[in-house]
Design a protein around this ligand. Structure first.
Ligand SMILES: [Ca+2]
Ligand SMILES: [Ca+2]
Length: 370
Protein backbone atom coordinates (compact mmCIF):
# COMPACT_ATOMS: atom_id res chain seq x y z
CA UNK A 1 0.00 0.00 0.00
CA UNK A 2 1.08 3.54 -0.73
CA UNK A 3 -0.66 6.49 0.87
CA UNK A 4 -0.59 10.04 2.14
CA UNK A 5 -0.77 10.68 5.04
CA UNK A 6 -1.78 7.80 7.31
CA UNK A 7 -3.47 4.76 5.86
CA UNK A 8 -4.68 1.33 6.84
CA UNK A 9 -5.65 -1.69 4.78
CA UNK A 10 -8.16 -4.14 6.20
CA UNK A 11 -8.91 -7.44 4.51
CA UNK A 12 -11.45 -10.07 5.47
CA UNK A 13 -11.11 -13.82 5.08
CA UNK A 14 -14.68 -13.77 3.69
CA UNK A 15 -17.29 -11.41 2.26
CA UNK A 16 -18.22 -10.40 5.82
CA UNK A 17 -16.84 -7.16 7.26
CA UNK A 18 -16.81 -8.73 10.73
CA UNK A 19 -13.95 -11.05 9.67
CA UNK A 20 -11.75 -8.15 8.52
CA UNK A 21 -8.41 -7.45 10.17
CA UNK A 22 -5.76 -4.80 9.62
CA UNK A 23 -2.91 -6.14 7.47
CA UNK A 24 -1.09 -2.87 6.72
CA UNK A 25 -0.89 0.32 8.78
CA UNK A 26 1.22 3.23 7.55
CA UNK A 27 1.87 6.12 9.90
CA UNK A 28 3.70 8.37 7.45
CA UNK A 29 3.27 9.36 3.81
CA UNK A 30 4.74 7.66 0.71
CA UNK A 31 4.98 9.17 -2.77
CA UNK A 32 2.04 8.66 -5.14
CA UNK A 33 1.84 4.91 -5.87
CA UNK A 34 5.29 4.59 -4.33
CA UNK A 35 4.76 0.97 -3.39
CA UNK A 36 8.47 0.36 -2.85
CA UNK A 37 9.35 3.60 -1.08
CA UNK A 38 9.95 1.45 1.97
CA UNK A 39 9.39 4.50 4.14
CA UNK A 40 8.40 1.75 6.45
CA UNK A 41 8.96 -1.96 6.04
CA UNK A 42 5.23 -2.31 6.65
CA UNK A 43 4.16 -1.22 3.16
CA UNK A 44 3.89 -4.93 2.27
CA UNK A 45 1.51 -7.15 4.23
CA UNK A 46 2.17 -10.67 5.40
CA UNK A 47 1.35 -13.29 2.77
CA UNK A 48 -2.41 -13.73 2.39
CA UNK A 49 -3.76 -16.65 0.39
CA UNK A 50 -6.91 -15.74 -1.58
CA UNK A 51 -9.12 -18.13 -3.52
CA UNK A 52 -10.07 -17.31 -7.12
CA UNK A 53 -13.81 -16.78 -7.51
CA UNK A 54 -14.37 -15.98 -3.81
CA UNK A 55 -15.61 -12.61 -2.61
CA UNK A 56 -13.57 -10.78 0.02
CA UNK A 57 -14.43 -7.69 2.00
CA UNK A 58 -11.67 -5.08 1.68
CA UNK A 59 -11.52 -1.70 3.39
CA UNK A 60 -9.08 1.20 3.14
CA UNK A 61 -8.92 3.90 5.79
CA UNK A 62 -7.04 7.09 5.01
CA UNK A 63 -6.50 10.37 6.77
CA UNK A 64 -4.90 13.47 5.34
CA UNK A 65 -3.02 15.84 7.65
CA UNK A 66 -2.36 18.55 5.07
CA UNK A 67 -1.51 19.11 1.39
CA UNK A 68 -1.67 16.21 -1.06
CA UNK A 69 -3.64 13.07 -0.31
CA UNK A 70 -3.74 9.70 -2.06
CA UNK A 71 -3.97 6.01 -1.38
CA UNK A 72 -3.29 2.99 -3.62
CA UNK A 73 -3.30 -0.74 -3.02
CA UNK A 74 -1.38 -3.33 -5.06
CA UNK A 75 -1.58 -7.12 -4.99
CA UNK A 76 0.15 -10.08 -6.54
CA UNK A 77 -1.91 -12.38 -8.74
CA UNK A 78 -1.11 -15.37 -10.97
CA UNK A 79 0.13 -14.19 -14.35
CA UNK A 80 -1.30 -17.15 -16.28
CA UNK A 81 -1.35 -20.93 -16.58
CA UNK A 82 2.18 -21.17 -15.31
CA UNK A 83 1.02 -19.41 -12.12
CA UNK A 84 3.89 -17.00 -12.02
CA UNK A 85 2.84 -14.27 -9.62
CA UNK A 86 3.27 -10.72 -10.73
CA UNK A 87 2.55 -7.47 -9.06
CA UNK A 88 -0.51 -5.54 -10.20
CA UNK A 89 -0.32 -1.86 -9.31
CA UNK A 90 -2.83 -0.82 -8.27
CA UNK A 91 -5.64 -3.42 -8.04
CA UNK A 92 -7.80 -2.94 -11.13
CA UNK A 93 -11.40 -1.81 -10.80
CA UNK A 94 -12.68 -4.94 -12.56
CA UNK A 95 -11.81 -6.91 -9.43
CA UNK A 96 -13.78 -4.59 -7.15
CA UNK A 97 -17.46 -4.00 -6.53
CA UNK A 98 -19.14 -1.62 -4.05
CA UNK A 99 -19.84 -2.94 -0.59
CA UNK A 100 -23.60 -3.00 -0.14
CA UNK A 101 -25.67 -4.55 2.59
CA UNK A 102 -29.05 -5.11 1.11
CA UNK A 103 -32.30 -5.68 2.92
CA UNK A 104 -35.93 -5.76 1.99
CA UNK A 105 -38.80 -4.45 4.08
CA UNK A 106 -42.31 -5.76 3.79
CA UNK A 107 -45.58 -4.54 5.26
CA UNK A 108 -49.17 -5.57 4.52
CA UNK A 109 -50.46 -3.68 1.48
CA UNK A 110 -53.51 -2.62 3.45
CA UNK A 111 -55.03 -2.99 6.91
CA UNK A 112 -58.61 -2.28 7.90
CA UNK A 113 -59.74 -0.90 11.26
CA UNK A 114 -62.35 1.21 13.06
CA UNK A 115 -62.00 4.71 14.54
CA UNK A 116 -60.68 4.83 18.12
CA UNK A 117 -59.06 1.38 18.03
CA UNK A 118 -55.51 0.07 18.14
CA UNK A 119 -53.98 -1.63 15.11
CA UNK A 120 -50.77 -3.62 14.99
CA UNK A 121 -48.94 -3.35 11.69
CA UNK A 122 -46.31 -6.07 11.21
CA UNK A 123 -43.10 -4.82 9.59
CA UNK A 124 -40.67 -7.49 8.38
CA UNK A 125 -37.08 -6.78 7.44
CA UNK A 126 -35.19 -9.47 5.57
CA UNK A 127 -31.48 -9.15 5.04
CA UNK A 128 -30.38 -10.34 1.62
CA UNK A 129 -26.64 -9.52 1.60
CA UNK A 130 -23.63 -11.55 2.74
CA UNK A 131 -22.79 -9.37 5.70
CA UNK A 132 -24.34 -8.73 9.09
CA UNK A 133 -26.15 -5.48 9.81
CA UNK A 134 -24.96 -4.87 13.36
CA UNK A 135 -27.66 -2.31 13.98
CA UNK A 136 -30.60 -1.41 11.80
CA UNK A 137 -33.25 1.26 12.29
CA UNK A 138 -36.81 1.41 11.02
CA UNK A 139 -38.26 4.85 10.41
CA UNK A 140 -41.82 5.79 9.68
CA UNK A 141 -44.21 8.69 9.82
CA UNK A 142 -47.32 8.94 11.96
CA UNK A 143 -50.49 9.89 10.07
CA UNK A 144 -52.19 13.03 11.43
CA UNK A 145 -54.20 12.27 14.58
CA UNK A 146 -52.63 8.83 15.11
CA UNK A 147 -50.49 8.18 18.19
CA UNK A 148 -48.44 5.43 19.78
CA UNK A 149 -50.08 3.40 22.60
CA UNK A 150 -48.65 3.30 26.16
CA UNK A 151 -46.74 0.12 25.31
CA UNK A 152 -45.03 1.40 22.19
CA UNK A 153 -43.12 -1.89 21.55
CA UNK A 154 -39.79 -0.08 21.36
CA UNK A 155 -40.94 2.64 18.97
CA UNK A 156 -40.06 6.19 19.93
CA UNK A 157 -40.35 9.50 18.19
CA UNK A 158 -37.74 12.06 17.30
CA UNK A 159 -34.50 12.96 15.59
CA UNK A 160 -31.04 12.03 16.82
CA UNK A 161 -28.67 14.19 14.76
CA UNK A 162 -28.59 17.97 14.65
CA UNK A 163 -26.60 20.02 12.15
CA UNK A 164 -26.03 23.76 12.43
CA UNK A 165 -24.89 25.42 9.22
CA UNK A 166 -23.50 28.94 9.63
CA UNK A 167 -23.71 30.87 6.36
CA UNK A 168 -22.50 34.33 7.38
CA UNK A 169 -21.03 36.35 10.24
CA UNK A 170 -23.65 38.60 11.81
CA UNK A 171 -21.47 41.72 11.69
CA UNK A 172 -19.54 40.81 8.51
CA UNK A 173 -16.32 41.06 10.55
CA UNK A 174 -14.71 37.93 9.06
CA UNK A 175 -15.22 34.37 7.77
CA UNK A 176 -15.67 32.79 11.21
CA UNK A 177 -18.45 31.15 13.19
CA UNK A 178 -18.61 30.65 16.94
CA UNK A 179 -21.10 29.13 19.37
CA UNK A 180 -20.85 29.52 23.16
CA UNK A 181 -23.79 27.18 23.75
CA UNK A 182 -26.42 25.44 21.69
CA UNK A 183 -29.53 24.21 23.47
CA UNK A 184 -32.00 21.85 21.80
CA UNK A 185 -35.62 22.08 22.89
CA UNK A 186 -38.05 19.19 22.98
CA UNK A 187 -41.74 18.83 23.82
CA UNK A 188 -43.17 21.76 25.85
CA UNK A 189 -39.93 23.69 25.37
CA UNK A 190 -37.84 21.55 27.75
CA UNK A 191 -34.07 21.58 27.18
CA UNK A 192 -32.55 18.23 26.13
CA UNK A 193 -29.70 17.22 28.49
CA UNK A 194 -26.34 17.26 26.70
CA UNK A 195 -24.56 14.55 28.73
CA UNK A 196 -24.98 11.98 25.92
CA UNK A 197 -24.07 14.40 23.12
CA UNK A 198 -20.94 14.09 21.03
CA UNK A 199 -19.51 15.89 18.01
CA UNK A 200 -20.35 13.77 14.96
CA UNK A 201 -18.58 16.14 12.58
CA UNK A 202 -17.23 19.66 12.52
CA UNK A 203 -16.01 21.44 9.40
CA UNK A 204 -13.31 23.39 11.25
CA UNK A 205 -12.26 24.26 14.83
CA UNK A 206 -9.61 26.59 16.26
CA UNK A 207 -7.65 24.36 18.63
CA UNK A 208 -4.03 25.49 18.00
CA UNK A 209 -4.27 29.21 18.82
CA UNK A 210 -7.58 29.18 20.70
CA UNK A 211 -9.65 26.81 22.83
CA UNK A 212 -12.31 26.61 20.12
CA UNK A 213 -12.99 22.85 20.08
CA UNK A 214 -16.49 21.98 18.88
CA UNK A 215 -17.41 20.15 22.10
CA UNK A 216 -17.37 23.51 23.89
CA UNK A 217 -20.59 24.37 22.05
CA UNK A 218 -22.57 22.14 24.43
CA UNK A 219 -20.54 21.87 27.67
CA UNK A 220 -23.05 23.93 29.65
CA UNK A 221 -20.57 26.81 30.09
CA UNK A 222 -21.28 30.05 28.21
CA UNK A 223 -17.66 31.17 28.79
CA UNK A 224 -16.33 28.37 26.52
CA UNK A 225 -17.10 28.19 22.82
CA UNK A 226 -16.66 26.46 19.49
CA UNK A 227 -14.78 28.71 17.06
CA UNK A 228 -13.87 27.89 13.46
CA UNK A 229 -10.18 27.75 12.66
CA UNK A 230 -8.19 30.96 12.18
CA UNK A 231 -4.80 29.61 13.30
CA UNK A 232 -3.11 27.72 10.42
CA UNK A 233 -6.06 27.99 8.03
CA UNK A 234 -9.05 30.29 7.88
CA UNK A 235 -11.74 28.45 5.93
CA UNK A 236 -14.72 30.40 4.61
CA UNK A 237 -18.48 29.87 4.90
CA UNK A 238 -20.43 27.69 5.20
CA UNK A 239 -19.30 26.20 8.51
CA UNK A 240 -21.06 23.16 9.90
CA UNK A 241 -21.30 21.51 13.29
CA UNK A 242 -23.05 18.13 13.45
CA UNK A 243 -24.10 16.81 16.86
CA UNK A 244 -25.10 13.23 17.71
CA UNK A 245 -27.48 13.58 20.66
CA UNK A 246 -27.09 9.85 21.45
CA UNK A 247 -30.85 9.26 21.46
CA UNK A 248 -33.95 10.30 19.55
CA UNK A 249 -35.85 13.37 20.73
CA UNK A 250 -38.81 15.30 19.35
CA UNK A 251 -37.45 18.77 18.51
CA UNK A 252 -39.35 22.02 18.88
CA UNK A 253 -36.49 24.48 18.59
CA UNK A 254 -32.93 25.47 19.22
CA UNK A 255 -31.38 28.26 21.29
CA UNK A 256 -28.14 29.80 20.03
CA UNK A 257 -25.99 31.56 22.61
CA UNK A 258 -23.14 33.59 21.06
CA UNK A 259 -19.84 34.36 22.79
CA UNK A 260 -20.10 36.97 25.52
CA UNK A 261 -16.54 38.39 25.62
CA UNK A 262 -16.19 39.11 21.88
CA UNK A 263 -18.44 39.49 18.85
CA UNK A 264 -16.14 37.78 16.34
CA UNK A 265 -17.88 34.70 14.94
CA UNK A 266 -21.44 35.68 15.87
CA UNK A 267 -23.54 33.68 13.43
CA UNK A 268 -25.78 35.64 11.05
CA UNK A 269 -27.56 33.58 8.40
CA UNK A 270 -28.07 29.98 9.53
CA UNK A 271 -29.71 26.75 8.52
CA UNK A 272 -30.58 23.85 10.83
CA UNK A 273 -30.91 20.29 9.59
CA UNK A 274 -32.00 17.20 11.51
CA UNK A 275 -31.63 13.49 10.85
CA UNK A 276 -32.80 10.16 12.22
CA UNK A 277 -29.66 8.25 11.17
CA UNK A 278 -26.94 10.83 10.48
CA UNK A 279 -27.25 10.17 6.76
CA UNK A 280 -30.63 11.45 5.56
CA UNK A 281 -31.10 15.13 6.39
CA UNK A 282 -34.20 17.28 6.58
CA UNK A 283 -34.21 21.09 6.61
CA UNK A 284 -35.69 22.07 9.97
CA UNK A 285 -35.21 25.85 10.22
CA UNK A 286 -33.41 28.78 8.65
CA UNK A 287 -33.10 32.47 9.36
CA UNK A 288 -30.71 35.17 10.53
CA UNK A 289 -29.53 35.69 14.09
CA UNK A 290 -29.18 39.25 15.37
CA UNK A 291 -25.72 40.63 16.17
CA UNK A 292 -26.71 41.77 19.67
CA UNK A 293 -25.05 39.04 21.76
CA UNK A 294 -28.36 37.71 23.06
CA UNK A 295 -29.41 34.06 23.22
CA UNK A 296 -31.80 33.54 20.31
CA UNK A 297 -34.36 30.90 19.49
CA UNK A 298 -34.82 29.11 16.16
CA UNK A 299 -38.21 27.35 16.19
CA UNK A 300 -38.56 23.89 14.61
CA UNK A 301 -42.03 22.90 13.46
CA UNK A 302 -41.34 19.64 11.62
CA UNK A 303 -43.49 16.53 11.85
CA UNK A 304 -41.68 14.04 14.11
CA UNK A 305 -40.87 10.59 12.72
CA UNK A 306 -41.19 7.30 14.59
CA UNK A 307 -38.03 5.27 15.06
CA UNK A 308 -37.46 1.65 16.04
CA UNK A 309 -33.95 0.33 16.66
CA UNK A 310 -33.63 -3.38 15.89
CA UNK A 311 -32.34 -4.91 19.10
CA UNK A 312 -30.22 -7.68 17.60
CA UNK A 313 -27.86 -7.84 14.62
CA UNK A 314 -29.56 -8.93 11.43
CA UNK A 315 -27.92 -12.05 10.03
CA UNK A 316 -27.95 -12.75 6.34
CA UNK A 317 -31.13 -14.41 5.03
CA UNK A 318 -32.92 -14.05 8.37
CA UNK A 319 -36.23 -12.22 8.74
CA UNK A 320 -37.07 -9.96 11.68
CA UNK A 321 -40.63 -8.90 12.30
CA UNK A 322 -41.51 -6.02 14.59
CA UNK A 323 -44.96 -4.66 15.36
CA UNK A 324 -45.82 -1.02 14.72
CA UNK A 325 -48.72 -0.31 17.10
CA UNK A 326 -50.95 2.65 16.24
CA UNK A 327 -53.95 4.21 17.99
CA UNK A 328 -56.48 5.28 15.37
CA UNK A 329 -58.14 8.64 16.15
CA UNK A 330 -61.85 8.53 16.92
CA UNK A 331 -62.51 11.10 14.20
CA UNK A 332 -60.92 10.50 10.82
CA UNK A 333 -61.65 11.43 7.27
CA UNK A 334 -62.99 8.92 4.74
CA UNK A 335 -59.86 8.74 2.63
CA UNK A 336 -57.45 5.87 3.34
CA UNK A 337 -54.27 6.86 5.18
CA UNK A 338 -50.83 5.67 4.21
CA UNK A 339 -47.83 4.98 6.41
CA UNK A 340 -44.41 4.71 4.81
CA UNK A 341 -41.75 2.56 6.48
CA UNK A 342 -38.08 2.42 5.56
CA UNK A 343 -35.01 0.67 6.99
CA UNK A 344 -31.71 2.46 7.69
CA UNK A 345 -28.30 1.81 9.16
CA UNK A 346 -27.38 3.21 12.52
CA UNK A 347 -24.48 5.42 11.45
CA UNK A 348 -23.03 5.50 14.96
CA UNK A 349 -22.48 1.73 14.71
CA UNK A 350 -21.67 1.40 10.99
CA UNK A 351 -20.33 4.84 10.08
CA UNK A 352 -19.05 3.69 6.69
CA UNK A 353 -22.45 2.44 5.58
CA UNK A 354 -24.06 4.64 2.99
CA UNK A 355 -27.73 5.42 3.12
CA UNK A 356 -30.60 3.08 3.48
CA UNK A 357 -30.61 -0.68 3.79
CA UNK A 358 -31.35 -1.37 0.17
CA UNK A 359 -34.16 0.21 -1.77
CA UNK A 360 -36.77 -0.39 0.83
CA UNK A 361 -39.46 2.24 1.21
CA UNK A 362 -42.73 0.42 1.73
CA UNK A 363 -46.21 1.81 2.13
CA UNK A 364 -49.11 0.34 4.11
CA UNK A 365 -52.59 1.75 3.49
CA UNK A 366 -54.85 2.06 6.53
CA UNK A 367 -58.56 1.85 5.75
CA UNK A 368 -60.66 3.30 8.57
CA UNK A 369 -64.21 1.86 8.40
CA UNK A 370 -66.87 4.27 9.70
CA1 LIG B 1 -1.02 14.93 2.92
CA1 LIG C 1 -19.72 26.41 26.04
Amino acid sequence: MAGDDTTQLRLSSSARSSDARTIIALTSATTYRGFTNQVQSRQRSVFVNMQAGQRYYIEVLTQNASGDAHVSVAWEIPAGQGRVYESARPIEGKFLSPYVVDASVSVPASVSTQPGTRIDVPVTIRHTGADVVSQGILETSLPAGFRLPQNSQGWRSGYRYLRIIAQSEAGARGPWAAIAEVTALTTRGAAIPTSAWRVAHVSSEATQCDSGAARHAFDGDTATYWHTDYCAHTPTFPHTLTIDMGAWHPLTGLIYTPRSAMQNGNIGAYRIQVSVDGQHWVNAASGTFLDDGSAQRAPITLATPLVRVLATPIQSAVSHTVILPLIVPSQTGRAPLTVEVRALYDRSVQPWSDGALGNNRRVVTIQVQH
